[in-house]
Design a protein around this ligand. Structure first.
Ligand SMILES: *[C@@H]1O[C@H](CO)[C@@H](O)[C@H](O)[C@H]1NC(C)=O
Ligand SMILES: *[C@@H]1O[C@H](CO)[C@@H](O)[C@H](O)[C@H]1NC(C)=O
Ligand SMILES: *[C@@H]1O[C@H](CO)[C@@H](O)[C@H](O)[C@H]1NC(C)=O
Length: 387
Protein backbone atom coordinates (compact mmCIF):
# COMPACT_ATOMS: atom_id res chain seq x y z
CA UNK A 1 0.00 0.00 0.00
CA UNK A 2 2.84 2.40 0.83
CA UNK A 3 5.60 2.67 -1.73
CA UNK A 4 8.48 3.14 0.68
CA UNK A 5 9.34 2.78 4.33
CA UNK A 6 7.56 5.60 5.95
CA UNK A 7 6.29 6.67 9.24
CA UNK A 8 3.55 9.04 10.04
CA UNK A 9 2.99 11.02 13.14
CA UNK A 10 -0.07 12.84 14.09
CA UNK A 11 -0.10 14.58 17.39
CA UNK A 12 -3.61 15.46 18.24
CA UNK A 13 -4.35 17.50 21.21
CA UNK A 14 -3.71 15.49 24.34
CA UNK A 15 -4.77 12.17 23.05
CA UNK A 16 -1.65 11.75 21.15
CA UNK A 17 -1.36 9.11 18.60
CA UNK A 18 1.69 7.89 16.78
CA UNK A 19 1.64 5.48 13.94
CA UNK A 20 4.41 3.65 12.25
CA UNK A 21 4.65 1.03 9.58
CA UNK A 22 5.92 -2.33 10.66
CA UNK A 23 8.99 -1.73 8.54
CA UNK A 24 11.88 -1.35 10.90
CA UNK A 25 14.53 0.21 8.72
CA UNK A 26 14.82 3.96 8.73
CA UNK A 27 16.62 6.10 6.23
CA UNK A 28 20.07 7.01 7.44
CA UNK A 29 19.96 10.58 6.25
CA UNK A 30 20.55 13.42 8.66
CA UNK A 31 17.28 13.80 10.46
CA UNK A 32 18.20 16.92 12.32
CA UNK A 33 16.99 19.13 9.49
CA UNK A 34 14.08 19.16 7.14
CA UNK A 35 15.18 17.46 3.99
CA UNK A 36 13.48 17.08 0.65
CA UNK A 37 14.57 13.54 -0.01
CA UNK A 38 13.96 12.07 3.37
CA UNK A 39 10.55 13.23 4.32
CA UNK A 40 9.40 10.53 6.62
CA UNK A 41 7.29 12.12 9.33
CA UNK A 42 4.80 14.47 7.92
CA UNK A 43 2.37 15.91 10.41
CA UNK A 44 2.12 17.42 13.85
CA UNK A 45 -0.97 19.39 14.66
CA UNK A 46 -2.81 20.57 17.75
CA UNK A 47 -6.43 21.07 18.79
CA UNK A 48 -9.12 22.97 16.89
CA UNK A 49 -8.19 26.50 15.96
CA UNK A 50 -4.77 26.42 17.58
CA UNK A 51 -1.33 26.68 16.06
CA UNK A 52 0.97 23.72 15.75
CA UNK A 53 3.92 26.03 15.10
CA UNK A 54 3.47 28.32 18.10
CA UNK A 55 2.41 25.54 20.45
CA UNK A 56 3.70 22.25 19.00
CA UNK A 57 7.01 23.40 17.57
CA UNK A 58 7.94 26.18 20.01
CA UNK A 59 6.68 24.77 23.30
CA UNK A 60 6.57 21.00 22.79
CA UNK A 61 8.94 19.12 20.51
CA UNK A 62 10.37 21.43 17.89
CA UNK A 63 14.07 22.17 17.38
CA UNK A 64 13.86 25.45 19.31
CA UNK A 65 12.14 26.72 22.40
CA UNK A 66 11.65 30.38 23.18
CA UNK A 67 13.48 31.91 26.04
CA UNK A 68 10.99 34.30 27.65
CA UNK A 69 9.86 35.34 24.19
CA UNK A 70 13.09 37.27 23.64
CA UNK A 71 15.22 34.69 21.89
CA UNK A 72 15.31 31.04 21.00
CA UNK A 73 17.36 28.19 22.37
CA UNK A 74 18.04 24.74 21.00
CA UNK A 75 15.73 22.11 22.37
CA UNK A 76 17.80 19.23 23.67
CA UNK A 77 14.90 16.85 23.26
CA UNK A 78 13.68 17.97 19.89
CA UNK A 79 11.76 15.23 18.14
CA UNK A 80 13.39 16.01 14.86
CA UNK A 81 16.56 14.49 16.17
CA UNK A 82 14.66 11.32 15.35
CA UNK A 83 12.48 12.29 12.46
CA UNK A 84 11.48 15.03 10.08
CA UNK A 85 8.36 16.66 11.34
CA UNK A 86 6.09 18.99 9.46
CA UNK A 87 4.07 21.36 11.61
CA UNK A 88 0.79 21.90 9.87
CA UNK A 89 -1.31 25.02 10.42
CA UNK A 90 -4.81 23.90 9.66
CA UNK A 91 -7.34 25.06 8.68
CA UNK A 92 -6.51 28.42 7.09
CA UNK A 93 -6.78 31.09 9.76
CA UNK A 94 -4.66 29.21 12.26
CA UNK A 95 -1.26 30.66 13.09
CA UNK A 96 0.17 32.50 10.10
CA UNK A 97 -2.10 30.73 7.64
CA UNK A 98 -5.04 32.58 6.14
CA UNK A 99 -7.74 32.53 3.53
CA UNK A 100 -8.57 35.59 1.47
CA UNK A 101 -11.99 34.07 0.93
CA UNK A 102 -13.80 35.09 4.09
CA UNK A 103 -16.70 32.71 3.56
CA UNK A 104 -14.16 29.92 4.00
CA UNK A 105 -14.20 30.64 7.74
CA UNK A 106 -17.96 30.21 7.92
CA UNK A 107 -17.86 26.61 6.75
CA UNK A 108 -15.43 24.97 9.13
CA UNK A 109 -16.25 21.45 10.09
CA UNK A 110 -14.62 18.33 11.30
CA UNK A 111 -12.00 18.56 8.58
CA UNK A 112 -10.18 20.93 10.89
CA UNK A 113 -9.25 17.87 12.89
CA UNK A 114 -11.52 16.61 15.60
CA UNK A 115 -9.14 15.44 18.28
CA UNK A 116 -11.55 13.61 20.53
CA UNK A 117 -11.47 9.84 20.40
CA UNK A 118 -14.90 9.59 21.93
CA UNK A 119 -16.92 12.48 23.31
CA UNK A 120 -18.75 10.63 26.11
CA UNK A 121 -15.81 8.65 27.40
CA UNK A 122 -13.41 11.58 27.25
CA UNK A 123 -15.75 14.12 28.81
CA UNK A 124 -16.91 11.88 31.61
CA UNK A 125 -13.30 11.06 32.41
CA UNK A 126 -12.89 14.71 33.36
CA UNK A 127 -15.26 14.32 36.33
CA UNK A 128 -13.45 11.17 37.34
CA UNK A 129 -10.09 12.87 37.07
CA UNK A 130 -11.19 15.85 39.16
CA UNK A 131 -12.64 13.53 41.76
CA UNK A 132 -9.63 11.19 41.95
CA UNK A 133 -7.22 14.11 42.18
CA UNK A 134 -8.92 15.80 45.10
CA UNK A 135 -10.29 18.64 43.01
CA UNK A 136 -13.95 17.89 43.71
CA UNK A 137 -15.60 16.04 46.59
CA UNK A 138 -17.20 12.61 46.69
CA UNK A 139 -20.48 14.47 46.98
CA UNK A 140 -20.03 16.44 43.75
CA UNK A 141 -18.79 13.37 41.92
CA UNK A 142 -21.83 11.43 43.05
CA UNK A 143 -24.11 14.15 41.71
CA UNK A 144 -22.29 14.17 38.39
CA UNK A 145 -22.44 10.41 38.02
CA UNK A 146 -26.00 9.93 39.22
CA UNK A 147 -27.86 13.03 38.08
CA UNK A 148 -26.07 14.41 35.03
CA UNK A 149 -22.49 13.79 33.99
CA UNK A 150 -20.30 16.13 31.98
CA UNK A 151 -20.86 14.49 28.63
CA UNK A 152 -24.62 14.75 28.94
CA UNK A 153 -24.34 18.27 30.31
CA UNK A 154 -22.18 19.33 27.40
CA UNK A 155 -24.34 17.62 24.81
CA UNK A 156 -27.37 19.44 26.16
CA UNK A 157 -25.48 22.69 26.51
CA UNK A 158 -24.25 22.60 22.92
CA UNK A 159 -27.84 22.19 21.77
CA UNK A 160 -29.15 24.84 24.12
CA UNK A 161 -31.50 22.31 25.71
CA UNK A 162 -30.56 21.86 29.32
CA UNK A 163 -32.76 19.38 31.14
CA UNK A 164 -33.84 19.94 34.71
CA UNK A 165 -31.54 17.20 35.93
CA UNK A 166 -28.52 18.74 34.31
CA UNK A 167 -29.40 22.22 35.44
CA UNK A 168 -29.84 20.97 38.97
CA UNK A 169 -26.57 19.04 38.89
CA UNK A 170 -24.75 22.05 37.47
CA UNK A 171 -26.11 24.30 40.21
CA UNK A 172 -25.21 21.82 42.93
CA UNK A 173 -21.60 21.39 41.85
CA UNK A 174 -20.96 24.87 40.50
CA UNK A 175 -19.09 26.11 43.51
CA UNK A 176 -16.66 23.21 43.53
CA UNK A 177 -16.18 23.32 39.77
CA UNK A 178 -15.56 27.05 39.95
CA UNK A 179 -12.22 26.39 41.60
CA UNK A 180 -11.03 24.44 38.59
CA UNK A 181 -10.55 27.77 36.85
CA UNK A 182 -7.73 28.49 39.26
CA UNK A 183 -5.64 25.56 38.19
CA UNK A 184 -4.05 24.83 34.85
CA UNK A 185 -6.38 22.11 33.57
CA UNK A 186 -3.70 20.98 31.13
CA UNK A 187 -1.24 20.39 33.95
CA UNK A 188 -2.99 20.04 37.26
CA UNK A 189 0.15 19.88 39.41
CA UNK A 190 1.72 22.87 37.74
CA UNK A 191 0.94 26.51 38.30
CA UNK A 192 -1.13 28.74 36.09
CA UNK A 193 0.47 31.47 34.10
CA UNK A 194 -0.68 34.51 36.05
CA UNK A 195 0.89 37.27 34.03
CA UNK A 196 -1.19 36.43 30.98
CA UNK A 197 -4.68 35.14 30.49
CA UNK A 198 -5.05 31.47 29.71
CA UNK A 199 -4.92 31.12 25.98
CA UNK A 200 -6.12 27.66 25.09
CA UNK A 201 -9.12 27.12 27.29
CA UNK A 202 -10.44 23.59 27.51
CA UNK A 203 -13.87 23.04 26.13
CA UNK A 204 -15.32 21.86 29.40
CA UNK A 205 -13.74 24.75 31.19
CA UNK A 206 -15.06 27.24 28.67
CA UNK A 207 -18.48 25.91 29.34
CA UNK A 208 -18.10 25.56 33.05
CA UNK A 209 -16.90 29.10 33.35
CA UNK A 210 -19.92 30.33 31.45
CA UNK A 211 -22.54 32.37 33.19
CA UNK A 212 -24.75 29.40 33.81
CA UNK A 213 -22.56 28.43 36.69
CA UNK A 214 -22.41 31.91 38.17
CA UNK A 215 -18.98 31.46 39.54
CA UNK A 216 -17.84 33.32 42.53
CA UNK A 217 -15.30 35.92 41.65
CA UNK A 218 -12.41 35.33 43.98
CA UNK A 219 -9.87 37.86 42.92
CA UNK A 220 -7.75 37.23 45.98
CA UNK A 221 -6.80 33.83 44.59
CA UNK A 222 -5.51 35.53 41.48
CA UNK A 223 -3.40 37.92 43.46
CA UNK A 224 -1.38 35.40 45.43
CA UNK A 225 2.34 35.59 44.88
CA UNK A 226 3.86 33.80 41.98
CA UNK A 227 6.25 31.22 43.39
CA UNK A 228 9.63 30.51 41.85
CA UNK A 229 9.71 27.26 39.98
CA UNK A 230 11.64 25.52 37.29
CA UNK A 231 9.01 25.02 34.67
CA UNK A 232 7.81 28.29 33.31
CA UNK A 233 4.05 28.13 33.17
CA UNK A 234 3.99 31.07 30.77
CA UNK A 235 5.98 29.41 28.02
CA UNK A 236 3.05 29.32 25.62
CA UNK A 237 2.72 33.05 25.96
CA UNK A 238 6.44 33.50 25.35
CA UNK A 239 6.07 31.61 22.12
CA UNK A 240 3.22 33.90 21.12
CA UNK A 241 5.29 36.94 22.01
CA UNK A 242 8.25 35.66 20.01
CA UNK A 243 6.20 34.93 16.92
CA UNK A 244 4.67 38.38 17.18
CA UNK A 245 8.05 40.03 16.72
CA UNK A 246 8.21 41.78 13.38
CA UNK A 247 11.80 40.68 12.74
CA UNK A 248 10.86 37.06 13.44
CA UNK A 249 7.88 37.26 11.10
CA UNK A 250 10.09 38.75 8.42
CA UNK A 251 12.67 36.01 8.83
CA UNK A 252 9.94 33.38 8.55
CA UNK A 253 8.49 35.06 5.44
CA UNK A 254 5.21 35.12 7.32
CA UNK A 255 2.62 37.81 7.13
CA UNK A 256 -0.49 38.47 9.11
CA UNK A 257 -3.65 38.64 7.07
CA UNK A 258 -7.01 39.42 8.64
CA UNK A 259 -5.50 39.82 12.08
CA UNK A 260 -3.14 42.26 13.74
CA UNK A 261 -1.53 39.78 16.10
CA UNK A 262 -0.25 36.27 15.89
CA UNK A 263 -2.40 34.23 18.28
CA UNK A 264 -1.93 30.70 19.57
CA UNK A 265 -5.61 30.04 18.98
CA UNK A 266 -7.74 32.00 16.54
CA UNK A 267 -11.24 33.00 17.54
CA UNK A 268 -12.43 33.20 13.95
CA UNK A 269 -11.65 29.52 13.54
CA UNK A 270 -12.94 28.40 16.92
CA UNK A 271 -16.10 30.48 16.72
CA UNK A 272 -17.04 29.05 13.33
CA UNK A 273 -16.29 25.46 14.18
CA UNK A 274 -19.47 23.48 14.64
CA UNK A 275 -19.39 22.18 18.24
CA UNK A 276 -21.48 19.17 17.24
CA UNK A 277 -18.44 17.93 15.34
CA UNK A 278 -16.79 17.24 18.67
CA UNK A 279 -19.19 14.37 19.08
CA UNK A 280 -17.89 12.55 16.02
CA UNK A 281 -15.77 9.69 17.37
CA UNK A 282 -12.30 9.16 15.97
CA UNK A 283 -11.43 5.96 17.83
CA UNK A 284 -12.62 4.07 14.72
CA UNK A 285 -9.93 5.82 12.72
CA UNK A 286 -7.37 4.40 15.14
CA UNK A 287 -8.99 0.98 14.68
CA UNK A 288 -8.71 1.32 10.91
CA UNK A 289 -5.01 2.15 11.16
CA UNK A 290 -4.34 -0.75 13.51
CA UNK A 291 -6.20 -3.13 11.23
CA UNK A 292 -4.16 -2.01 8.25
CA UNK A 293 -1.06 -3.27 10.05
CA UNK A 294 0.47 -0.03 11.23
CA UNK A 295 2.06 0.19 14.61
CA UNK A 296 0.09 2.64 16.70
CA UNK A 297 0.70 4.22 20.07
CA UNK A 298 -1.89 6.29 21.90
CA UNK A 299 -0.43 8.10 24.86
CA UNK A 300 -1.39 10.62 27.53
CA UNK A 301 0.29 12.86 30.04
CA UNK A 302 -1.03 11.70 33.40
CA UNK A 303 -1.32 15.24 34.79
CA UNK A 304 -3.76 16.41 32.14
CA UNK A 305 -7.37 16.86 33.21
CA UNK A 306 -8.64 18.09 29.84
CA UNK A 307 -8.38 14.72 28.10
CA UNK A 308 -7.65 12.49 31.10
CA UNK A 309 -5.64 9.34 30.58
CA UNK A 310 -8.37 7.15 32.09
CA UNK A 311 -10.75 7.90 29.25
CA UNK A 312 -8.05 7.27 26.66
CA UNK A 313 -6.93 4.07 28.37
CA UNK A 314 -10.50 2.82 28.48
CA UNK A 315 -10.98 3.56 24.78
CA UNK A 316 -7.80 1.78 23.73
CA UNK A 317 -8.71 -1.20 25.89
CA UNK A 318 -12.14 -1.48 24.30
CA UNK A 319 -10.68 -1.04 20.83
CA UNK A 320 -8.30 -3.93 21.50
CA UNK A 321 -11.25 -6.05 22.61
CA UNK A 322 -13.20 -5.15 19.53
CA UNK A 323 -10.28 -6.05 17.28
CA UNK A 324 -9.67 -9.20 19.31
CA UNK A 325 -6.12 -8.19 20.11
CA UNK A 326 -4.71 -10.00 23.10
CA UNK A 327 -2.50 -8.25 25.61
CA UNK A 328 1.07 -9.05 24.68
CA UNK A 329 2.64 -6.85 27.33
CA UNK A 330 0.61 -6.41 30.50
CA UNK A 331 0.11 -2.97 31.99
CA UNK A 332 3.43 -2.15 33.60
CA UNK A 333 5.83 0.66 34.31
CA UNK A 334 8.50 1.77 31.85
CA UNK A 335 11.64 3.53 32.96
CA UNK A 336 13.87 6.47 32.23
CA UNK A 337 17.03 6.95 34.29
CA UNK A 338 15.91 4.24 36.70
CA UNK A 339 12.72 6.16 37.47
CA UNK A 340 9.23 5.34 36.27
CA UNK A 341 8.66 7.20 33.01
CA UNK A 342 5.05 6.08 32.85
CA UNK A 343 2.98 2.97 32.30
CA UNK A 344 2.20 1.05 29.17
CA UNK A 345 0.30 -1.88 27.80
CA UNK A 346 0.68 -3.54 24.40
CA UNK A 347 -2.05 -5.33 22.51
CA UNK A 348 -1.29 -7.74 19.69
CA UNK A 349 2.24 -6.33 19.27
CA UNK A 350 1.19 -3.25 17.40
CA UNK A 351 -1.26 -1.28 19.49
CA UNK A 352 0.19 0.38 22.55
CA UNK A 353 -1.28 2.59 25.22
CA UNK A 354 1.19 4.57 27.31
CA UNK A 355 1.18 7.27 29.92
CA UNK A 356 3.99 9.69 30.58
CA UNK A 357 4.34 10.22 34.29
CA UNK A 358 4.20 13.81 35.47
CA UNK A 359 3.39 15.09 32.01
CA UNK A 360 0.87 17.70 30.96
CA UNK A 361 -1.48 17.75 27.99
CA UNK A 362 1.36 18.55 25.58
CA UNK A 363 3.68 16.01 27.15
CA UNK A 364 7.10 17.26 25.91
CA UNK A 365 6.58 20.67 27.52
CA UNK A 366 6.65 19.26 31.01
CA UNK A 367 8.43 15.90 30.53
CA UNK A 368 10.71 16.46 27.56
CA UNK A 369 13.08 13.58 28.17
CA UNK A 370 10.44 10.97 28.91
CA UNK A 371 8.41 12.12 25.92
CA UNK A 372 11.43 12.02 23.64
CA UNK A 373 12.43 8.54 24.76
CA UNK A 374 8.91 7.23 24.28
CA UNK A 375 8.88 8.71 20.78
CA UNK A 376 12.31 7.28 20.00
CA UNK A 377 11.49 3.79 21.26
CA UNK A 378 8.28 3.81 19.28
CA UNK A 379 9.94 4.85 16.05
CA UNK A 380 12.70 2.33 16.44
CA UNK A 381 10.21 -0.39 17.25
CA UNK A 382 12.02 -1.09 20.51
CA UNK A 383 10.31 -2.13 23.71
CA UNK A 384 10.24 0.49 26.45
CA UNK A 385 12.95 0.06 29.10
CA UNK A 386 11.69 -2.05 31.98
CA UNK A 387 14.18 -0.99 34.63
C1 LIG B 1 -14.94 30.53 -0.72
O1 LIG B 1 -15.17 29.57 0.30
C2 LIG B 1 -16.42 28.92 0.21
C3 LIG B 1 -16.54 28.04 1.45
O2 LIG B 1 -15.45 27.15 1.58
C4 LIG B 1 -16.49 28.14 -1.09
O3 LIG B 1 -17.74 27.50 -1.18
C5 LIG B 1 -16.30 29.08 -2.25
O4 LIG B 1 -16.25 28.35 -3.45
C6 LIG B 1 -15.00 29.86 -2.08
N1 LIG B 1 -14.89 30.88 -3.12
C7 LIG B 1 -13.84 30.95 -3.93
C8 LIG B 1 -13.87 32.10 -4.90
O5 LIG B 1 -12.92 30.16 -3.88
C1 LIG C 1 -23.50 9.84 31.49
O1 LIG C 1 -23.09 9.92 30.13
C2 LIG C 1 -23.62 8.95 29.27
C3 LIG C 1 -23.04 9.23 27.92
O2 LIG C 1 -23.35 10.54 27.51
C4 LIG C 1 -25.14 8.98 29.27
O3 LIG C 1 -25.64 7.97 28.43
C5 LIG C 1 -25.63 8.78 30.69
O4 LIG C 1 -27.02 8.91 30.72
C6 LIG C 1 -25.02 9.81 31.59
N1 LIG C 1 -25.39 9.56 32.98
C7 LIG C 1 -25.85 10.52 33.74
C8 LIG C 1 -26.20 10.15 35.12
O5 LIG C 1 -25.98 11.66 33.34
C1 LIG D 1 -7.04 39.27 31.20
O1 LIG D 1 -8.42 39.34 30.96
C2 LIG D 1 -9.09 40.33 31.70
C3 LIG D 1 -10.60 40.17 31.46
O2 LIG D 1 -10.88 39.89 30.11
C4 LIG D 1 -8.56 41.72 31.29
O3 LIG D 1 -9.22 42.72 32.03
C5 LIG D 1 -7.06 41.74 31.59
O4 LIG D 1 -6.52 42.94 31.15
C6 LIG D 1 -6.35 40.59 30.89
N1 LIG D 1 -4.97 40.54 31.34
C7 LIG D 1 -3.93 40.37 30.52
C8 LIG D 1 -2.57 40.37 31.16
O5 LIG D 1 -4.07 40.25 29.33
Amino acid sequence: MFPQPWTFILTIIATSLLMSSLVKSFPEADKSMFSEVDFNFPVASVGPGCTSVGIGAFTEHGPFVTNQGEAIEKNQYSWNKEANILYLESPAGVGFSYSLNLSFYKALDDEIGNPLLDFDTDMNAVDEYYWSHGIITDHAYKIMTSLCNSSRLLREYIRGQLSNDCLLAARKVSEEYSFTSFIDPYYVIGNRCLSYNVSQAGFLKEMLSSEMFQFRKSHDVLQTQEPEQQLDECNMKYSEKYLNRKDVQKALHARLVGTTNYRLCRKIVLANYDPLNREIPTINVVGFLVKSGLRVIVYSGDQDSVIPFMGTRRLVESLAKKLRLKTTLPYSAWFVDKQVGGWSQVYGNHLMFATIRGASHGTPTTQPKRSFLLFEAFLQGKPLPKA
